[in-house]
Design a protein around this ligand. Structure first.
Ligand code: HPA
Length: 277
């Protein structure tokens, strides 16, 4: 097995050649949120494929670069697009950028994504704070020899998404008139959307939203002790809930329509995390 830690250290050194500050908060922008990166001041862009050890993005809604800079005075590292398991990369490759951002100094992480709504009270365009996740359908990013420098062999996962943060974000969102759902997210391997039978099974397991990212990133981040907030944009109702077929077009269109509130909520999450330093 390749020495992953050595590879990570090399990736880190390459980024340090372009970067002269330690990011405090890392933000992963999912489908439809890419425009948020334009709000970053003093931005330094660095495509993933220019960093040794990192894979390139192959999805049309994901640019595939880091933007390092400031957001309302906070030093941030933004991932404009992410790498997915369904692109053919290993789980280790998928979480490389997250591990890298933690090694660069980011102790906090905001994960965003587009997801299908399983909870029948949800409607497309809703925003959902992730309370917990199910990652059992996908290999663990921690499998293989444990890298002790990153974290323990058997990390606790009883509160992946920080409860205090969630509480504060909910409060601020309510003050600003942003309606917010909360629920359990399941990560499927993708890239095909689910069948109605799969969605019924996930509903029976207590799942509220389904997507093809995020949970394995959260696992790698918790392994390294990061504090995490997760936000899903419900872009469509999951398969079989409505009498229509799912499409990437619909996902993109709803994400675009919801982007204003989505961006406001990410800003609230950044402020909340910053104040809680
Ligand atoms: N399923 C899986 N991933 C998704 C969906 C969905 O319905 N919508 C957006 N991402």
């Amino acid at each position: 097995m390749k020495d992953l830690y050595e590879e990570l250290k090399k990736s880190c050194s390459a980024v340090w050649e372009k970067l002269d500050f330690e990011p405090e908060i890392a933000i992963v922008l999912g489908s439809g949120l890419g425009g948020f990166a334009e709000e970053i001041e003093d931005a330094i862009a660095l495509p993933y494929d220019q960093v040794p050890g990192l894979a390139a993005c192959t999805v049309d809604t994901h640019v595939g670069q880091f933007i390092f800079g400031k957001l309302a005075g906070v030093r941030v590292a933004v991932m404009q697009g992410r790498i997915h398991y369904y692109e053919g990369y290993s789980v280790e490759q998928v979480v490389m950028p997250i591990r890298l951002l933690s090694m660069l100094g980011a102790e906090k992480l905001i994960l965003t994504n587009a997801a299908g709504g399983i909870n029948r009270k949800f409607i497309p365009g809703d925003l959902m704070l992730i309370r917990d996740h199910i990652a059992s359908l996908i290999p663990s990013p921690l499998r293989g020899t444990n890298i002790e420098e990153l974290g323990p062999r058997f990390p606790d996962m009883s509160e992946v998404y920080d409860a205090t943060l969630r509480e504060q974000i909910r409060k601020t969102a309510a003050e600003q008139g942003i309606e917010l759902r909360e629920g359990v997210y399941i990560q499927t391997p993708g890239p095909q959307y689910e069948t109605p039978a799969e969605i019924r099974a996930y509903a029976a397991l207590g799942v509220d939203a389904v997507g093809m990212s995020t949970a394995i990133e959260a696992i790698a981040a918790r392994h390294m002790g990061m504090t995490i907030c997760g936000i899903s944009c419900i872009t469509n109702m999951a398969a079989g809930i409505e009498a229509k077929k799912l499409s990437h077009e619909e996902v993109k269109q709803t994400a675009e329509k919801a982007s204003e509130n989505f961006e406001k909520l990410v800003r609230i999450a950044v402020d909340t995390m910053y104040e809680g330093r």
